[in-house]
Design a protein around this ligand. Structure first.
Ligand code: AMP
Ligand code: MG
Length: 422
């Protein structure tokens, strides 16, 4: 039995990023960026008016008021026809380039226009003095041409798609998405559609649950359903799964007489690197690699559904993210305040299903979900996070702050950040 940290390190050491591929920028949403993005020009590319109104030289209104002749009207997208001189102004729209000679913009609301002249301030108003640079975004103030705007290894957000469009980066290199195969094992398993199950039969939940999780991560999934605890049939299914980048089996990894998964993986050429982890639930987790590093990652998840999803979240999700090229794969990171006491037996690291909510003051609160243990899929279905209980701790009192790992429905992990523009 090895500590959670050691098992995770072993898994991640064998999860080398897959190759990158080039895609159209609009299709890159939620993919992992595999090249740095730089600015192809200054942003804004010109001195840009922030308001609808008039472009002026602050010096011509230094007296606190003035009447300026309108020599041009500049819409967004237009190039100014002329520079403005002393006593002159140009009508200007939000987003339009400022003409030469102008260094400030007046809001139309603060002015009155008549007979080709603009008067500032509008009668009855007492605006602040006009200062150079007022309501103008200087060329390059946001971004300098050539600057690195995004670094490789980040997941591409909607705003990042907007940025790619802005800098004209119409094709972008992203991590290839790992192809996943999912397979349940167990003589007792029957299809979820079975209307009158025999009393000892169990509907296959795991292959659907793990497939759903992988699809939610945007990964292409092949679900092979379930096979009985029969080594030849298991070996055949494993061989099919090795065509992908990651294979998930569930069940058959404990000490039972019909637990054949480890043995079949070994005879199928899988190098087993983890066969038992100090985690509760999920101790019998198996992890291996087909052939050399870079081969298919194989996870033998425990059969109990809560154990299967917990070990998936703790070990497999970070591995899949790393295969895509994510620099900082997910780990427990939420600090949550316990609303009820929690406890676990033994010296393994505990993960307990919890419902995480936000208080009116913005604090994260964890309601432990009452659970009968690793078989209690009904409890897990109420959870959106896993409370972490450290190895050396048996019980944590209500009111204490603990770490939690988010599940679907919780904020995405962000554990560190470096601003590439600095
Ligand atoms: P095992 O790891 O094969 O010893 O299975 C442990 C427990 O999980 C047993 O109660 C199994 O019936 C149950 N189990 C195994 N596979 C599944 C599955 N695919 N869906 C639901 N329960 C399962
Ligand atoms: Mg079994």
């Amino acid at each position: 039995m090895i500590p959670v940290e050691d098992a995770l390190r072993t898994v991640l050491a064998h999860a080398r990023p897959l190759g990158a591929e080039s895609v159209g920028f609009a299709a890159a949403s939620e993919r992992v960026l595999r090249e740095p993005i730089t600015a192809d020009r200054d942003l804004p590319p010109f001195d840009r008016a922030q308001v609808d109104g008039y472009a002026v030289s602050a010096a011509s209104l230094a007296g606190g008021r003035g009447r300026l002749r309108i020599v041009d009207r500049i819409a967004a997208g237009q190039t100014p026809r002329a520079a403005i001189g002393a006593g002159e102004a140009a009508g200007i729209m939000t987003g339009a380039p400022m003409p030469d000679g102008a260094d400030a913009a007046l809001m139309v609301e603060e002015t009155v226009e008549s007979d080709g002249f603009v008067e500032w301030p509008a009668p009855g108003s007492t605006p602040a003095p006009v200062t150079p640079g007022q309501r103008v975004t200087r060329r390059g103030a946001e971004v300098r041409s050539g600057a690195v705007l995004l670094e490789a290894g980040e997941r591409i957000s909607a705003a990042a798609i907007g940025l790619l469009a802005t800098v004209g980066k119409v094709r972008v290199r992203v991590g290839r998405r790992p192809r996943v195969t999912v397979l349940s094992t167990g003589d007792e398993l029957i299809h979820p559609r079975t209307r009158r199950p025999g009393p000892a039969r169990i509907r296959d939940a795991n292959s659907h649950m793990i497939a759903s999780r992988c699809r939610a991560m945007g990964l292409p999934v092949r679900r092979l359903g379930f096979v009985p605890d029969d080594p030849p049939q298991l070996a055949e299914a494993v061989a099919r799964g090795l065509a992908g980048d990651a294979l998930f089996l569930s069940g058959g990894v404990s000490m039972g007489r019909f637990d054949f998964v480890e043995q079949v993986l070994e005879t199928s050429g899988i190098r087993l690197l983890v066969t038992s982890v100090a985690i509760r639930p999920g101790k019998p987790l198996v992890f291996g690699v087909a052939g050399e590093t870079g081969g298919t990652l194989v996870f033998g998840l425990p059969g109990n559904p809560v154990s299967a999803l917990t070990t998936f979240e703790v070990f497999a999700r970070p591995a899949l993210e790393r295969l895509e090229g994510l620099a900082d794969p997910s780990r427990p990171h939420l600090r949550v305040r316990l609303l009820a006491p929690v406890s676990k037996r033994g010296p393994r690291r505990g993960f307990l299903p919890a419902r995480i909510t936000t208080s009116a003051a913005g604090e994260l609160l964890a309601h432990p979900v009452r659970s009968q243990g690793s078989g209690d899929i009904a409890a897990l279905a109420l959870a959106n996070g896993l409370i972490v209980i450290p190895e050396d701790i048996g019980a944590v009192a209500a009111g204490k702050t603990v770490l939690a790992q988010p599940l679907a429905g919780c904020p995405d992990p962000v554990t560190g950040w470096h601003d590439p523009r600095r």
